[in-house]
Design a protein around this ligand. Structure first.
Ligand code: DHB
Ligand code: MG
Length: 220
């Protein structure tokens, strides 16, 4: 929805707060150039994620779904000197593009892209990387519940588990929906709603990405 009031407000905010530098713009271009899905977060969402990482003083972060590295760079920029981010990407071709973007951002020392199955990689994280402080999931929605269950075992108290795309234009309200992604994110909402190990806030969002939302769960 390029011309909607929500998009126009997002564009105004990006401009007014100078949210997207040339590197972030180049990453958007690289998404288009490499025929990747246009699923990168918006700059407004990027700044929000960056703030979350700063607020919890995140030193060890995990991202599931690197794509071209747009959100990866936002999270990487929130890391302090000894911080690390491991970003997991299923596609080796996307990971190669992301690594180049991370290099251009000057973040290669702190940010590592690992390719393969996310659950396998989560299960193989080095003990000295754990417990993590923040996990951002923004990949195939069908495995969100498994990622969450794994995160419960490997985050510190106070760690944030953030999941993108949990509203799906409100499609989650339709009991008869055939939208597979809405069905699985609804399962994710049911999972976190019923879990006593986390405190959760759902942020419904509008903007350049349309109408969707973020789930923020804090490990108790
Ligand atoms: C889809 C995935 C995303 O991560 C996103 O932000 C928007 C849409 C999708 O698979 O449809
Ligand atoms: Mg997303």
């Amino acid at each position: 929805m390029p011309d909607s009031i929500f998009s126009r407000v997002d564009n105004y905010l990006i401009d007014r707060f100078n949210l997207e530098d040339s590197l972030l713009k180049d990453i958007r271009t690289s998404v288009a150039d490499h025929d990747m899905p246009q699923h990168s977060i918006s700059a407004v969402q990027g700044k929000f994620l960056y703030m979350l990482a700063r607020i919890v003083n995140a030193k060890r972060m995990i991202e599931i779904g690197t794509l071209a590295g747009y959100s990866t760079v936002w999270l990487g920029r929130a890391l302090g000197t000894n911080g690390r981010l491991i970003s997991i990407e299923k596609s080796p071709a996307y990971a190669a593009v992301a690594r180049e973007n991370i290099r251009k951002a000057g973040l290669s020392e702190k940010v590592e892209v690992r390719t393969g199955n996310a659950l396998t990689i989560l299960n193989q994280l080095e003990q000295d990387f754990l417990p993590f402080d923040l996990l951002f999931m923004d990949a195939d929605k069908t495995e969100y519940v498994e990622y969450f269950n794994k995160a419960l075992e490997s985050g510190r108290p106070g760690a944030l588990i953030v999941a993108d795309n949990v509203i799906r234009k409100g499609e989650i309200l339709d009991e008869a929906t055939h939208d597979e992604k809405a069905i699985v994110v609804k399962k994710y909402l049911d999972t976190i709603a019923g879990n006593e190990r986390v405190d959760t806030s759902i942020l419904q969002q509008v903007g350049l990405k349309g109408h969707d939302g973020l789930a923020l769960s804090m490990l108790l």
